[in-house]
Design a protein around this ligand. Structure first.
Ligand code: NDP
Ligand SMILES: CC(C)CCC[C@@H](C)[C@H]1CC[C@H]2C3=C(CC[C@]12C)[C@@]1(C)CCC(=O)C[C@@H]1CC3
Length: 371
């Protein structure tokens, strides 16, 4: 039976890489790219079809940051499909990020250095704003929109005798201390991204508690640090190139030998693109770097860069880092074998092997959320 898979935020970065990986895995897949920008979605579809000629790739307009758009997208999905096997809740934003340079240098010489690089704790703040629904944009996009979508899609996701899966793209930046039940949308704080990712971890657990018996299973993944439009929004690409040696040093530090929660998989583009369409370039170069060579997904003139810095002593060319996506790993697992309270992390071993490992979600979850 063909699997029906929907990916939100599929037109770039991790979402697009996931789509490519899933199509390589299962040729009979019916994949739906749910994106807010149809021009970019169309370009992503064209790129995917150039690699997977006979794939079935549908497009759907979905702005997860708008309740209205979510409701109409859910109606459209219910009209198109009779069930849904996988729903990847991947779309996410980190608006106006600021790096605290002083905290960075202070952290660099502290015992917390590995944790700082792995989780960005104390380093990053964002400036949020209200969206047209009157909600904080970060929570609306990273959490509420996806939750509304799940609720609206229950007829497709909770079918008797069939299991369906939800997979949230969370983050190592998710932190309980950034979340407050008194300020659910993080209106008053400066770390809405961290807070929203923690809330999605909690929501996933709550969904497992309430929906497993109806055949719906939810998992949370953490992709590590991946060079995408989101990370290029934090620092420009040349800056990333500059700080790579620091990251490499941290990765090689002795601490890494004793802590296994450090995972940096930066991929960066160093060469300029000769492609003429800036939109195309912006949304494809981050993905193109992850492809091995000369496939149809390379826009002409975009040079692949393949610097893969791994903690654990190896610096080398990583031709298809996406094979380490934990979203893809989860696709291959039976839901009953998964831990409903775990966060599945993409990790790279000292020898350069990509693997996925479950970790307990940060701290114990607040009872209020799970009830
Ligand atoms: N890169 C990293 O190191 C990490 C990323 N993540 C998470 O991974 C996910 C993917 O991000 P990443 O690939 O890095 O970054 P990208 O910016 O490349 O991808 C984000 C995707 O989400 C889409 N999106 C944003 N807002 C909306 C919206 N309102 N409605 C629909 N789609 C939307 C974007 O579409 P558009 O092109 O229109 O903006 C884009 O396709 C995010 O949830 C992010 O938080 C987690 C940990 C680390
Ligand atoms: C010289 C300095 C300005 C260098 C600062 C380095 C930081 C920019 C990065 C160190 C750890 C990174 C990190 C992320 C962003 C960039 C760092 C803060 C994420 C928050 C990106 C998105 C995620 O979901 C998790 C990442 C954790 C690590």
């Amino acid at each position: 039976m063909e699997k029906i898979v929907v990916v939100t935020g599929a037109n770039s970065g991790i979402g697009l890489a996931l789509c490519d990986r899933l199509l390589s895995e299962d040729g009979r897949l019916r994949l739906c790219l749910a994106c807010r920008n149809m021009k970019r979605a169309e370009a992503a579809r064209t790129a995917l079809l150039a690699c997977h000629g006979d794939a079935r790739v549908d497009l759907l307009h979905l702005d997860v940051g708008s309740a209205r758009s979510v409701l109409s997208a859910a109606e459209e999905l219910k009209a198109r499909y009779r069930r849904m096997d996988f729903l990847y809740l991947n779309a996410g934003i980190m608006p106006n990020p600021t790096v605290d340079i002083r905290a960075f240098f202070k952290g660099l010489f502290s015992r917390n250095v590995v944790n700082m690089f792995a989780t960005a704790e104390g380093l990053l703040t964002q400036q949020d704003q209200l969206n047209s629904d009157g909600l904080q944009e970060v929570f609306a996009t990273n959490l509420f929109g996806h939750f509304l979508l799940i609720r609206e899609l229950e007829p497709l996701l909770c079918q008797p005798g069939h299991t369906s899966r939800l997979v949230w793209t969370s983050s190592s930046n998710a932190r309980r201390s950034a979340f407050s039940i008194q300020d659910i949308q993080h209106r008053r704080g400066k770390e809405p991204y961290s807070s929203s990712k923690y809330a999605s971890d909690m929501l996933s657990m709550a969904l497992n508690k309430h929906k497993n018996q109806q055949g719906l299973f939810s998992s949370v993944i953490c992709p590590g640090l991946v060079m995408t439009n989101l990370t290029y929004g934090i620092l420009p690409s040349f800056f990333w190139t500059l700080i790579m040696p620091i990251m490499w040093l941290v990765g090689c530090s002795a601490l890494y030998l004793f802590t296994s929660n450090f995972n940096l998989k930066p991929r960066l583009t160093t060469s300029p693109s000769r492609h003429t369409d800036p939109d195309f370039h912006q949304h494809f170069h981050a993905y193109a770097v992850q492809r091995s060579r000369g496939t149809g997904l390379y826009p002409a003139g975009v040079f692949r860069v393949h610097t893969s810095l791994r903690p654990g002593l190896r610096r080398g060319v990583n031709t298809n880092s996406c094979s380490g996506l934990s979203q893809h790993w989860l696709f291959l697992q039976k839901p009953e074998s998964l831990d409903p309270r775990a966060k599945y992390q993409s990790l790279t071993s000292g020898l350069g092997t990509n693997y996925t490992e479950p970790r307990r979600v940060s701290n114990v979850c607040p009872r209020q959320i799970l009830l």
